[in-house]
Write a protein of this length. Structure first.
Length: 185
């Protein structure tokens, strides 16, 4: 039996994070424009990973030029992240193909009163190359980390470049799990 695209992605995440996820579909708004198989996966903390992980599954299709899936982390279980990742997937499908180093406007704060209203697509530094790349048939699926950031940080990236933004993240040792963190700019 041939393994499906959806099953390949699910297995890749599950093997890497060593736990089976819960599946979610945010069924508000124009979600029906996404693939019928599209889901958000929720991985509870397990093993050495002490955070919740939320990940797209089926955001891209194998025939896309660069198939991409996104994940983000949370210090607590947060159903609102299902909506945020669905919005990013919808933008990817209908407006502009997302890829490494892009930013996306969430259309609302990460959490109530958070100044992080955007996401920055980065390499999965916390998980490394083993998570980043999955061969599928004749394609390579890329798995990137969506980091919630502020408008000022988006503007800094645009004016100063990706390298300076990432150097700022590293030097400040910012808490990527804190939705209420102050802007670094």
């Amino acid at each position: 039996m041939e393994i499906t695209y959806f099953d390949s992605i699910l297995t890749h995440y599950s093997n890497h994070w060593e736990i089976e996820p819960n599946y979610y579909l945010w069924d508000q708004g124009p979600f029906e424009q996404l693939s019928p198989e599209f889901r958000i996966l929720e991985f509870a903390p397990a093993g050495k990973r002490r955070v919740w992980a939320y990940a797209t599954c089926g955001m891209s299709k194998p025939q896309d030029e660069t198939p991409v899936e996104l994940h983000l982390f949370s210090s607590e279980k947060d159903a609102g992240l299902v909506e945020l990742l669905t919005v990013a997937a919808y933008f990817h499908k209908t407006r502009h193909r997302l890829n490494l180093w892009h930013t996306v406007n969430f259309g609302r704060p990460w959490r109530l009163d958070s100044c992080c209203e955007h996401g920055y697509i980065s390499l999965p530094y916390l998980d490394g190359p083993k998570l980043e790349t999955l061969p599928f048939l004749e394609d390579i699926i890329k798995f990137y980390w969506l980091i919630p950031i502020t408008q000022a940080e988006v503007d800094f990236k645009k004016s100063e470049g990706i390298d300076k933004l990432e150097a700022l993240f590293e030097s400040s040792r910012f808490d990527y799990l804190d939705p209420y963190r102050k802007s670094l700019i």
